[in-house]
Design a protein around this ligand. Structure first.
Ligand code: KG4
Ligand code: ZN
Length: 344
């Protein structure tokens, strides 16, 4: 049919994702399928992703997940016109499973292969839901692995990191605090739920790197995590019943406050009128709510992909693939290797 179909593969962490999009002749990109298999339950008892387990899970889930995506789109593998795959950043062994599968599909089908950057995927995915991005925008990526402010021009063309975390990622802070509060892994969803019953101003937890001499657009969450741990320890020593909802709400407020304050300030200073909020933590109700409030005050348009597209998936990689295909970027060689430390 008309248009070109891009199959995207994502295996950088604990999600095996295969997405299908169609690059239409008019340049627009349509989401056809988005199949994800997660190994998150297998990591739960370790309180974090175990790389060996993630790699093995990808190997088992790869083919069935691709099959599911094709079925969902109602197409055959031979209808695919290009393959895009996350080349980095991520876990080395996990990335290699996706890259190997992508090479096999590209070689068998005789179609171009594109190794793409996972972080760009988190930005490009928004085009599948809200259409083309403005020529310049600010992206805030917040997940278990990253916490970054990016200045983005033309999705894949020019991306500059203007700030990032100097220690824990925002999602990592959620996961660690959940552990302190004996809540399940991953910690974001249960803390988000508990926080709804609590008072966000009950405890004044620290806002990292907000002093006048601190790097303006960098983040730090390890001090916040330590402050929560200390508060909980003292309450336990005093034999007090833990006010879990208040702790969750106050912690969540501290994270949302710093993230949104810095993102809006960065956008204003760089003269960008659009912020794309993405990554697993973008699903957080308070973060999205506060971002909406502060963007409205500053006259900034906020774009947040739906939660399913915010977390790791293959459609976001296919979206970048469609973009590079549209821009006639040279394909990657079949000798493509994974680049675990890839930056933007
Ligand atoms: O993007 P993602 O699925 O995977 C990567 O880390 O790349 O993000 C997962 C992270 C986890 O740390 C999880 O605790 C966090 O996103 N998360 C949330 C929420 N849902 C997921 N954090 C806060 N609030 C949520 N509702
Ligand atoms: Zn991610």
């Amino acid at each position: 049919g008309p248009g070109r179909i891009v199959l995207g593969i994502e295996t950088s962490c604990d999600e095996t994702g295969v997405g299908l999009v169609r690059l239409e002749p008019d340049g627009s990109v349509r989401l056809l399928a988005d199949a994800v298999a997660s190994s998150v339950e297998q990591h739960a008892r370790f309180g974090g992703v175990v790389p060996e387990i993630a790699s093995r899970a990808h190997l088992e889930a790869m083919e069935p997940t691709a099959r599911r995506a094709l079925d969902e789109a109602g197409i055959k593998l031979s209808d695919v016109d290009a393959i895009a795959v996350t080349a980095g950043p991520g876990l080395a062994g996990a990335l290699m499973v996706g890259v190997s599968a992508a090479k096999a599909y590209a070689a068998a089908l005789g179609v171009p292969l594109y190794g793409v950057n996972h972080l760009l995927g988190h930005v490009a995915v928004d085009t599948l839901e809200h259409g083309p991005l403005p020529s310049r925008c600010l992206a805030m990526l917040v997940s278990g692995g990253h916490t970054q402010l990016l200045s983005v021009a033309g999705v894949a063309d020019e991306v500059t990191e203007i700030g990032s975390t100097i220690d824990d990622a925002a999602g990592e802070a959620y996961d660690k605090v959940a552990r302190i509060l004996d809540l399940p892994y991953p910690g974001g969803p249960p803390i988000d739920r508990m926080a709804r019953e609590g008072d966000p101003n009950a405890i004044a937890f620290p806002r990292g790197l907000t002093g006048p001499r601190d790097a303006k657009f960098d983040f730090s969450f390890s001090g916040l995590k330590t402050a929560v741990a200390r508060w909980v320890e003292q309450a336990r020593e005093a034999g007090k019943q833990l006010p879990i909802a208040d702790i969750a709400a106050s912690f969540q407020e501290a994270v949302a406050d710093v993230l949104t304050e810095k993102a809006v300030r960065a956008a204003v200073e760089l003269g960008l009128d659009t912020i794309v909020l993405s990554g697993g933590v973008a699903a957080n109700s308070r973060l999205a709510g506060l971002a909406r409030e502060r963007c409205a005050e500053a006259g900034i348009t906020l774009r947040v992909p739906r939660p399913r597209l915010c977390t790791d998936n293959g459609a976001m990689i296919a979206a970048v693939g469609a973009h590079v295909l549209a821009n006639r970027v040279e394909p990657s060689p079949l000798g493509l290797s994974a680049n675990p430390g890839m930056s933007v």
